[in-house]
Design a protein around this ligand. Sequence first.
Ligand code: IFM
Length: 456
Amino acid sequence: MTSKSTGNYRFPEGFLWGAATAAYQIEGSSMADGAGASIWDRFSHTPGMMLNGDTGDVACDHYNRWREDIEVMKRLNLQAYRFSVSWSRVMPDGRGAINAKGLDFYDKLIDGLLEAGIEPLCTLYHWDLPAALDDRGGWLNPDIADWFADYGQVLFEKFKGRVKTWGTINEPWVIVDGGYLHGALAPGHKSAFEAMIAGHNVLRAHGAAVKRFREVGEGQIGIVLNIEPKYPASDKPEDEAARKRAEAQMNRWFLDPLMGRGYPEQLKDVYGEAYREFPQEDFDLIATPTDWMGLNWYTRSVPENAPDAWPVRARPVKQIQHAHTETGWEVYPPALTDTLVWLHEQTGGKLPLMVTENGSAGYDPPHAIDGRIHDPMRVEYLKNHLKALHDAIGKGVDIRGYMAWSLLDNLEWSLGYSKRFGITHVNFQTQERTIKDSGLLYAEVIKTHGAVLDRL
Ligand code: IFM
């Protein structure tokens, strides 16, 4: 879908343009220099769990090529870079001893970014739980809130004054829905009973880390949620009930308690006897105020009632009138505007927001052709989503920045290297980087602070 230019796409003063990645998806060398294994090392080496048997053993080899990647960021005109830290690189057992060499990797990366004039945005956790903690129950063990705060403290203290913007946890819903409910992601469990508990502990860990940050850290801290808006499939009451269940299970399960509203009532209907009550003090911890919130946004869905679809009893209706990306996700940019307006309202209209991920998997070739990677679908996607983002700013939503997903093609979790989300192409045979057409457009958007969009 192409939206027509309405003229003035200049973004507000100070709006931060960047790109995002996550440790296990790009770094490779996950066991180097004294690092401990994470649940993704284990999962990806378990036969049958990953498409084509892919692993993150090498990935984009960013662990060795980070200097070259900063050069790529400079060519993209990035002002910010959102990355995550591998917990088990820094603390091989997840608690206790610190691995100085692991910490040093991030220390150098942060200095390199600052030297290049690129602001580091640090995410504490993007799904790669230390395997040693999984052995103690992982997200099912209530002690994880303290383990996570202790780990956070190491980073807060080490990078104080250099990292000013912190994210605690990336996409709690995916951690729980993928890792504990449906089992497609590490650690690969399939239990609604576990999912309720794991989700609660993810939220408690976030709250504990925010509290610790207030004691020892400096700067701004928030959480990053993936919100996929649920549009009505029809005006039938059973479809509206299904839409509400889907919205509660995916969006409100985490957003509502963060905002001090506890779990949405539809969650009981979704989880039935697996639903759990928790003490008020947990909810107080979870709702510890933050400074900002990140939104990871890719698509919308249009759920209809589907009694056999466990556990939500809702199934998305395919919107054949619109394009879909290589992951099968509908391309529908106006829903980004709607989501930002909705989130602004849901968070009380005062919490600054940032789009911490947005992007698309496209049908890119495995190697550059004549030094170029043409990715016309991603160019359209980027252009139209930036316009949709600008529309949300025009509607009064306080949005502080945009981080394209992703800086580099990378390991798309259990889909391996089959899906390319990068604005920079990675040839996984040679590790050569080529900025795609979408990356070239993005560099121009940043250079002109959005004005180039007026012509597109
Ligand atoms: O690759 C993921 C990322 O790790 C989290 N957000 C969604 C992306 C695309 O699926």
